[in-house]
Structures are given as structure tokens and as C-alpha cells.
Design a protein around this ligand. Sequence first.
Ligand SMILES: [Zn+2]
Length: 293
Amino acid sequence: MRKLRIYNNKSGKIEDFESIKPGKVDMYVCGPTVYNYAHIGNARPIVVFDTLRRVLEADGYQVEYISNVTDVDDKIIQKARSEGVAETTITSRYLAAYLKLREELKTLQLAAMPQVTANMAGIIAFIAKLLENGYAYESAGDVYFRVNKIDDYGAYSRQNLADLEVGARVEENTKKENPLDFALWKKTEQGIKWESPFGPGRPGWHTECVVMIDNHFHNKIDIHGGGLDLRFPHHENEIAQAKAAFNHDIANYWIYNGMIAVSLATDESVCHTVLVVVWTTTLYSIFTVITIP
Ligand SMILES: [Zn+2]
């Protein structure tokens, strides 16, 4: 079997890739929030991680690749209100467009695409478990994760906690014990909501991936991917919750696609050039992520 060398954000180094199970790779990539049509930046992770999967398969691995769909979110609720329709009208419209885009980009089929709305019972049970073991607390209808129960919170994304606390205090939420605590469950005044032991509401964004990975793989996985902007707080918070609930840090390799920066151009030929550059940089990013000896 050929040896892949890959940049691992967890260590900050290029490493030889070793799967947990021989010949098998379990991989999860944080998927889209379906509240609008995908832009070119949303296409990048689709291409980058599909390519990574193909490289692993060409190396002889069987790859089980899943990616979630966030279909509960403030932006979805706002969009539904602005159009005067149900949230499901919004999410089904943009999920269909996203699936069509994946097809147009000729990606391979995912093993699963779990949606938040279809996993609510598991998400609520997971939050209840964190409350039970003291890693979470209820406050005025919300539930928060207690970050100072995690010894090395911030270490994964190499954050300076003192700086973060200063930043978090600017938008201080008096319902929290610590400004860095993050919401697991939000009491909901408007928009779609679910009944739960903590009151009616909906989950915070950072919990769904941890629950979906555990539902599908039941254990630590090989690769967790996403856009670079997810490193903090999203992935730091995923790791904190997994440590609290399962006593592991979700994945051995954390891989990111970079962001695309495009300056708006009105001239058609300039636009065309910009798109060529964007696709070239996307391809370039694939080859900087993956080094094959
Ligand atoms: Zn995620």
C-alpha cells in the first residue's frame, strides 16, 4: 500500500498517514448550512475532500466518508421568516441545489449525509449526558458547555485563552458561568423548535457533528475535515465535547481546505480570469495538502 503524507493540523506537521483499522479510512467532513445557494467557496471543500478520498482509494484503502447537513440554524430561520415560509421549505430547496452541485462536480457518493433535524433525539440525549456528568449546565432555558472542565481547552487550535476571554467579554452573556462557555441548547422564542428535558429550543451548532460521528462510526475516526474557518471555535468545541462524553478527541488527522478570496469584478473577462485563478488555487491547495512520495 502506498504511503500518503499529509499535513495534520493537530500536530502542525506533515505526517505519514496511518489508518486506525488496516486498509480502512473513516472520514467526516463538516457539511453545509442549507440557507442559500452554494458559492464558489462552498465548492472548494467538496472538491478537496473528494480528491483526498480518491487518493486514499487509489492507495488501496476502503474509505467510508460521511458529511452532515446543518438544517437548523439562525440564518435558516431568518430566511424562512423573510420569505414567510416554513424552515423546511428553505432547507429542502437549498439541500437539493447542494446535492445537484455535488453531482455536477462529479463527486463520488457519500456513505451518509445525516441531517440535524433527523438526529434530534440523539442530540438531546447527548446534551443530557453532558449535564449528567457535570460538563454542562442549564441557565434560563439554555444549556452551556463548561469549558474549564477541559484541562487543555484551546490547545488544539493553539488559542491564547486570556486573549479569547477578553474578546468573549466584549459580547458578554450573563447567562454563562465563563464567557468562553458555548451553547449546547438554545431556548427558542421564534422559529422551529423541539421539546426537550431542558425546555423547548434547538441545539447549538457545535454538537451535531460529535453526535453524528458517534452515531455512524461509534468510535474515534481517522480524518476530520472542513474549511479552515472551522478550526476555532467549531472544531475546538467538537473536541471538548467528545473528550467529555467519549474520552477521545474524535480524529487522528484534522485536515482543512483554505479559504478563497475573490475581489468582485464587473468586467466579464476579469471575472473569467478570477474564476480561473480560483480553480487553479483550489487544485494547488489539493496538492499542497497531499504529498505523495
Ligand atoms: Zn462540524
